[in-house]
Design a protein around this ligand. Structure first.
Ligand code: ADP
Ligand code: GN1
Ligand code: MG
Length: 358
């Protein structure tokens, strides 16, 4: 059924009109991704954009078209191959970079970046640091992008005080009757209520600027060269919007400076690695160049802690609300994710003084 819809969508794009295979691909929590091989020997990524999450998918597509064009030009200026350094959208029959099916679902096709692979967990500190360099460079390439041209596709995406209010509302509603079983986790987030304003207040004081940020800087949103292992391309551009650089830094840390997967059940395996944090921070700053203001350096550790707290409370909000947002494959999946984020946040708080950046 799902598969039939995907094949029908393939046929709406000249590039993928003759698919010989169309299989589910990747580990994303939001969109539906397929890898498509064609009779002509083409290799593509087909995605159905999640309409529950992205209320105006056409706006998402406009943002991606603008950002990939901008990054493509920067890559050419640096003498790098834009075909491997950024995403390329394929046009549908009608010339638009997407197709809307009879159910109103939006589908898009990207060239599969050749000889690339995504990794789910950094295999070494060096590999993680190389991702930091790539995300830093990505930020630098977007530093002169006119932010007002971008739609705010998910308003208040990393507004942590708002995420906290949503979380409290989900606790209050308790639609699945799950709150009583997660009281320690709920208390953990309540105990930190005063902290969630930290970045927004620094912004209001004029210390932390809004910039064009990626907003989903997990390591599996970078493609690496299959042969050399070097980072090639930043992908998953759905949430490129104005935001804080420290949150992009922090989201990468929350995912990649953990010693275990985001949904690890055995918490004894989950630790925050100060070594990985520092290596990533150094490489990120090198990639970003000299355009950052002081608070974007001194508040990097706040970005890390904030993303652990925010993401954990988003997972718990979804658990309490019946698992409607993040893709889950087992009953307590979102709760397991919450618990890893709590563990990381606790260890980050304990290591706080070692994370100071001047
Ligand atoms: P999600 O928003 O669901 O995380 P992504 O856009 O990150 O979706 O895509 C999911 C996975 O598909 C990626 O982690 C990567 O493995 C693969 N992928 C996406 N786009 C490409 C591409 N253009 N070339 C090669 N692989 C890709
Ligand atoms: C979602 O699709 P994916 O897995 O890259 C989410 C991020 C979360 C992440 C947690 C649009 O990203 O914000 O940090 O899951 N994306 C959206 O793994 O909500
Ligand atoms: Mg992704």
């Amino acid at each position: 059924m799902e598969q039939n819809k995907a094949i029908e969508a393939c046929r709406a794009f000249p590039a993928t009109r003759n698919p010989v295979s169309c299989e589910r691909y990747g580990h994303g929590h939001i969109n539906e991704t397929y890898r498509v091989l064609t009779a002509e020997g083409g290799d593509y990524i087909l995605q159905k954009v999640n309409r529950g999450v992205f209320k105006s998918p056409e706006q998402v597509m406009r943002n991606i078209a603008l950002v990939t064009e901008h990054v493509g030009k920067k890559l050419v200026a640096k003498g790098r191959d834009p075909l491997r350094g950024t995403l390329h959208l394929c046009s549908a029959e009608d010339g638009k970079p997407y197709y809307i099916d009879a159910d109103g679902e939006l589908w898009r096709v990207f060239d599969f970046v050749r000889d690339s692979l995504a990794i789910q967990m950094p295999r070494s500190t060096e590999e993680f640091a190389s991702a930091g360099h790539a995300f830093g460079e990505f930020a630098a390439m977007l530093s002169d992008f006119p932010a007002e041209q971008l739609y705010d596709v998910i308003p208040q995406f990393h507004d942590t005080p708002k995420r906290y209010r949503d979380f409290l509302a989900a606790v209050e509603r308790d639609v699945c009757g799950r709150a009583s079983e997660v009281m320690p986790e709920i208390e953990f987030y309540r105990a930190r209520a005063d902290y969630y304003h930290t970045l927004m207040r620094a912004h209001e004081r004029g210390e932390l600027p809004l910039r064009v940020t990626h907003n989903d800087t997990k390591i599996n949103n970078i493609l690496f060269d299959a042969d050399s292992g070097a980072p090639l391309c930043v992908i998953d551009l759905d949430t490129v919007m104005p935001g804080f650089t420290v949150n992009d830094f922090g989201d990468a840390i929350r995912f990649g400076a953990s010693t275990a997967a985001e949904d690890e059940v055995d918490l004894s395996k989950v630790h925050f690695s100060v070594e990985k944090y520092k290596a990533y921070a150094t490489a990120y700053l090198a990639g970003a160049g000299d355009g950052l203001v002081p608070a974007e350096r001194t508040m990097m550790r706040d970005g890390a802690l904030m993303m652990m707290l925010e993401c954990g409370m988003r997972f718990l909000t979804d658990y309490l609300s019946g698992d409607t947002y993040f893709r889950t494959t087992r009953e307590k999946h979102n709760l397991d994710r919450t618990r890893t984020q709590i563990r990381l946040a606790e260890e980050t708080e304990a290591a706080w003084d070692q994370l100071q950046q001047d």
